[in-house]
Design a protein around this ligand. Structure first.
Ligand SMILES: Nc1ncnc2c1ncn2[C@@H]1O[C@H](COP(=O)(O)OP(=O)(O)O)[C@@H](O)[C@H]1O
Ligand SMILES: [Mg+2]
Length: 332
């Protein structure tokens, strides 16, 4: 167990995770292509991408379970290929399906894990980990008796038992109902407050947005990387969405088009989205134009459907960030 206050990083400057040109081929197909990124200590870093994007493959390389075809990666400053044992000691991993013995109790599962990691005070460590995931009252229940959500939490308890410097989570909320997913998210936040760095895979944009300090969008190669708000701005530019009380009229759309600084307009039945040169100057002018043309405004909010823009981004052929047109389409 590593608990020296610094969580056993190789040196002061070491990032939690550093990856250079990491690549993995499977019989000729490229699952992960020249991935480079750096995760700082104490971050919640989201690894977002559609199914088959290479998220699990990356996580398996980071957790030393799979050898990279090319490139390098370090966890807590240790090389995943040359120093796998050092890496494993500092890692907590939660795979997509909870890796627990069904017939054993939660306690027995964690005890085995504590032994494998030579955790000194196993009893205390198990209690602390179960408290962290709010599962103390199920300690002596068999895993098979737990719901999917509770198993996920038991699995998280196992991953944090040895107080790892870095936690790798593969789709932590997959298969959970929204309430259980929110609970798991709260636990992840709590762990970060306690000094852990979290790298989590998800195919859910909303989860990445809610939870992560920074997000990398992966589709075999890196598509984009930044804080959620930055990605949002990059994807949308300055766009607003205006909801009206009545169906949109030609008079209203024409009036909006004439407002200086309106660059695109996408019309729906009772709403429209438009992109503006300057959102603060443009928004009041757009509203005034709508009202002057007889429209009744119900709601104005910052741009569109991030989910759709994200899907457009990852379904495009280009792997260059920011080159795709955003989710706004020119109205016919
Ligand atoms: N063990 C394997 N053998 C062959 N192909 C694999 C293996 N693991 C993953 N792949 C392929 O690598 C690609 C990325 O998969 P994966 O990393 O599981 O994506 P994700 O977790 O983002 O859904 C997919 O095309 C998948 O079929
Ligand atoms: Mg996966």
């Amino acid at each position: 167990m590593v608990d020296d206050g610094d969580r056993g990083f190789s040196d002061r400057a070491a990032a939690a995770i550093e990856v250079h040109d990491l690549t993995r081929l499977f019989s000729g197909t490229t699952a992960v292509d020249r991935l480079s990124l750096r995760v700082e200590r104490g971050e919640i870093f989201g690894f977002l991408g559609p199914n088959g994007a290479g998220k699990t493959t990356t996580l398996r390389m980071l957790s030393t379970l799979l050898r990279p075809t090319a490139g390098e990666a370090w966890v807590a400053g240790f090389d995943v290929t040359r120093e796998p044992m050092e890496v494993r000691r500092r890692l907590g991993v939660m795979t997509e399906r909870p890796a627990l013995y069904e017939r054993l109790t939660v306690d027995a599962n964690l005890r085995l894990w504590a032994e494998a990691h030579e955790v000194p005070d196993a009893d205390g460590a198990i209690r602390t980990a179960l408290e962290a995931v709010d599962l103390g009252d199920r300690r002596h229940h068999s895993v098979s008796s737990l719901s999917k959500g509770l198993r996920q939490r038991a699995s998280l308890a196992r991953a944090i038992l040895h107080r790892p410097a870095v936690l790798l989570l593969d789709e932590p909320s997959s298969g959970l109902d929204p309430a259980a997913a929110v609970q798991v998210e709260a636990m992840i936040r709590e762990l970060v407050r306690d000094g852990t760095t979290v790298f989590l895979n998800t195919h859910r944009l909303a989860e990445a947005q809610r939870l992560c300090d920074r997000v990398a969008i992966l589709k075999t190669g890196l598509v984009a990387l930044g804080r959620p708000a930055e990605l949002r701005a990059r994807i949308f530019g300055n766009a607003i969405s205006v909801q009206l009380a009545d169906p949109l009229t030609v008079a209203v759309t024409e009036a909006v088009r004439r407002v200086p600084g309106v660059e695109h307009l996408a019309a729906q039945r009772t709403s429209f989205e438009c992109r503006l040169k300057d959102i603060e100057e443009g928004t009041p002018c757009v509203v005034a134009a709508v009202v002057a043309a007889g429209g009744r405004v119900l709601e104005v909010k910052a741009a569109g459907d991030l989910e759709q823009a994200y899907l457009d981004l990852v379904s495009g052929d280009s792997s260059q960030p920011g080159v795709q047109e955003p989710g706004l389409r020119e109205a016919a």
